[in-house]
Design a protein around this ligand. Structure first.
Ligand code: SF4
Length: 207
């Protein structure tokens, strides 16, 4: 049942794709993830800001474009891939929609767990994102060590922590505006996390 706070009436019946907050337009394109963070809102909620982000099916690129075409994108600071899941579980769709937005002069950000290099070993993930026109990326650092990361995020892929750091390093080197974030109150060493982010050339934020 479409939520009454859905922005557009595109006809997509699988759930909320677009939602707005903080002057941005957010895109919810999957509920899947390659991690299982203990603080993940997927465990305790169906969404955020009053939007139900549970998808009964994932929107195809055509569904997403249809919604975007019905939205005045100029009123947002940026369009952000985020939502109730990890956007890069659908990297091809992220690339396609990023290209579409970039061609229209819309600023695009990707919020990610940074596992895409592991998910797509056959692809040059960062160069592809850069080529598509991605402006900025916000990467969940979440911990100051692999041991802590494994406990907090329970990634389904091996070497997820080092791959996430490498994702961040490559993003910085590619000239994509890069931010790394942690969740406060999880018992991690925030100062250590900030140093890791800054040493990689990224900005840092506690969520
Ligand atoms: S990476 Fe994000 S979506 Fe995935 S489990 Fe962690 S908080 Fe949830």
């Amino acid at each position: 049942m479409p939520n009454d706070k859905e922005i557009t009436e595109s006809g997509f019946s699988g759930g909320t794709i677009c939602y707005e907050a903080h002057g941005n337009l957010y895109l919810n394109i999957t509920n899947r993830c390659s991690a299982n963070c203990y603080f993940c809102i997927r465990e305790c909620s169906d969404g955020v800001y009053g939007y139900n982000l549970r998808l009964s099916r994932e929107p195809g690129p055509e569904d997403i474009v249809r919604e975007l075409e019905q939205t005045d994108l100029t009123k947002y600071k940026e369009v952000v891939f985020t939502g109730l899941g990890e956007p890069t579980c659908r990297l091809e769709t992220v690339l396609e929609i990023t290209r579409w937005l970039h061609e229209r002069g819309i600023r695009v950000r990707l919020d990610t767990n940074g596992h895409a290099k592991l998910m797509y070993p056959e692809m040059d993930v960062i160069p592809e994102l850069k080529k598509a026109g991605l402006d900025s990326v916000s990467i969940s650092l979440n911990a100051g060590s692999e041991e802590m990361y494994e406990k907090i995020c329970k990634p389904s892929l091996k070497n997820a922590y080092s791959s996430m750091l490498s994702f961040a390093k490559e993003a910085v080197e590619a000239g994509i505006e890069t931010r790394m974030t942690v969740v406060g109150g999880t018992g991690i060493d925030i100062g250590k996390c900030e140093k890791i982010a800054r040493d990689l050339g990224a900005s840092f934020r506690v969520r």
